[in-house]
Write a protein that binds this ligand. Structure first.
Ligand code: GDG
Length: 499
């Protein structure tokens, strides 16, 4: 198992005297104005959950867009603040966006890259002026990074599809920088990606990174195939790299993970009285609970889950009054600004009302949609208490919730039902019940199978999955990425010295 200590040691040894810079669209902490002062909120998405413990361990600068009303209240003249406020573990540097820039970011990110990458059936948005604005924003981020780094040596790690062009602008100013980018969502087959009118330009931009990381080998292969179809480039198959002009880009899989120890300890430390309180709060005493946690996005399979619950209760009336789906689903800013995001939300919430009306009793309803953010501790308690983790995205880069669910199950009382189209299925398939979420009857059968599974089978299934995550936690993931960056950096320096 990788550990926080190992990661710290590695970064200290290999990048001594250098600043670690991470850049992403989402900020790890937001600040809000309240009557009694500024309040801090931690981000609740996969990128932040994974990278915040990494940055807390190694310190450095995280650049992100400041989008909340109190974000610039506590910052210095460069938009910087140490976060979390309570113990200032690392520097967050906020970048301001105009309304026009925010719109372009939404339209190109969630509007075009998200549907393209998730093979969704929504037509991606392709608006040339938004793409032009997106590039300008990437240039602006590059300028902030260069300003943050100054004359110091630095390691630069860009995050996700919002910053596809950033490395290009960084390299234009400084060829010697070593830059990596991790793409948190899937990379689709070339036939899909080339529908994007600026596919070639985006891929050419990405090739300015020295290292490109994806969750799975399959996504890496898809990316390489896209390079073959859109770029004048050569593929180095032995090293899984793309060569274009004087650019050399290593393409490698780095399956992201979670802070195993933290979730495992939570699972073990909850007192009975705390768990009872949580049961009361969610009205799940003596109920059979399935839990889902996700952003309210069509690719997460929310509609399919609702239909499956309807089918389950019509097939199994004995579960009426007993089975509850707790769905922690939040609609986030970017998606609620897109019409299909709102349409999907409306369609699903109306469907939930219908299913609940059909089966509800005076004290019970089958689907409880919780749209408010809850604390990670409470979430962990709910994972612990639920008999089923129902994670059925239509497509997902990895899905950290699946890993969090099994990690909280040190009591071995639970079953993970997982979509075969989540990156996590590659690692967890030996223990989870794998389903095709496009078939709601498969989801129903999987729930029935989970409900009748013996304790012995549940135990070995969870054991296998927990071992996998224990062996490869988020610190391991980060260390592997830094290690590869270090190798590429050393190689570049060697070549530079020879010439
Ligand atoms: C992208 C990719 C990839 C959610 N609600 C609450 C809350 N969360 C936390 C979960 C989990 C995280 O957010 C969600 O992570 P996922 O991985 O499931 O999904 P995305 O946000 O779509 O992330 C995904 C990921 O990037 C990492 O590369 O796995 O495939 O789409 O950690 O626990 N946390 C708290 N309260 C909530 O209400 N505290």
């Amino acid at each position: 198992m990788g550990s926080l200590k190992d990661l710290k040691k590695f970064v200290k040894k290999r990048f001594s005297g250098q600043t670690v810079v991470i850049a992403s669209k989402s900020e790890p902490y937001s600040h809000f104005k309240k009557v009694d002062g500024i309040k801090e909120k931690k981000g609740a998405d996969g990128l932040v959950t994974a990278l915040d413990p990494v940055m807390q361990a190694i310190d450095g600068s995280w650049l992100a867009f400041g989008l909340s009303d109190g974000d610039f209240e506590l910052t210095d003249s460069k938009g910087r603040v140490r976060v979390p406020i309570a113990d200032g573990k690392y520097t967050l540097r906020r970048i301001k966006l105009t309304e026009k820039e925010k719109k372009a970011m939404t339209n190109v990110g969630p509007g075009s890259f998200w549907p393209l990458s998730h093979l969704s059936f929504y037509r991606p948005l392709f608006v040339k002026s938004d793409w032009e604005e997106y590039k300008k924003i990437n240039k602006k981020v590059a300028e902030h990074i260069l300003n943050e780094v100054g004359n110091k040596k630095a390691v630069i790690w860009l995050q996700d599809y919002h910053l596809a062009m950033c490395a290009k602008y960084l390299k234009e100013k400084n060829k010697n920088l070593t830059i990596g980018l991790f793409w948190h969502i899937p990379w689709p087959d070339w036939e899909i990606f080339i529908r994007c009118p600026w596919a070639g330009e985006a891929i050419a931009g990405l090739l300015h990174n020295d290292l490109l990381g994806f969750h799975t080998k399959h996504y890496c292969n898809n990316f390489i195939r896209c390079c073959e179809r859109t770029q004048q480039s050569k593929i180095d198959r032995d090293y899984h790299a793309v060569l274009k002009g004087d650019l050399y880009t290593k393409v490698k899989d780095f399956p992201i993970s979670i802070n195993f120890d933290k979730f495992d300890n939570w699972g073990k430390q909850f007192t009975e009285s705390y768990l009872e309180k949580v049961k009361e709060k969610y009205n799940i005493k003596n109920k059979i609970v399935a839990i889902s946690v996700e952003r309210f996005v069509y690719s997460k399979g929310i509609k399919e889950k609702i239909i499956a619950v309807n089918e389950l209760l019509s097939k199994r009336p004995d579960l009426i009054g007993k089975f509850v789906l707790l769905d922690f689903s939040k609609i986030t800013g970017s998606y609620s600004n897109l019409s299909e995001g709102l349409d999907y939300y409306k369609e699903c919430t109306e469907l939930i009302i219908k299913v609940n009306q059909k089966y509800a009793t005076s004290k019970w309803k089958p689907i409880n949609l919780i749209e408010k953010k809850v604390s990670q501790k409470e979430l962990a308690a709910l994972y612990r208490l639920s008999q089923i983790g129902l994670i059925v995205p239509l497509h997902d880069g990895m899905n950290l919730v699946a890993k969090e669910y099994v990690t909280c199950k040190s009591n071995f009382k639970g079953v993970l039902i997982l979509s075969e189209f989540a990156g996590a299925a590659l690692e967890l398939k030996d223990g989870a019940i794998i389903v095709n979420p496009f078939s709601t009857s498969q989801i129903v059968e999987a729930i029935e199978k989970a409900l009748s599974m013996s304790s012995f089978e549940k135990k070995w299934r969870l054991q296998v999955q927990r071992e996998r995550i224990r062996d490869h936690d988020v610190f391991d993931w980060a260390k592997e990425f830094f290690k590869e960056l270090y190798i590429l950096k050393s190689k570049k320096e060697l070549i530079k010295n020879v010439h």
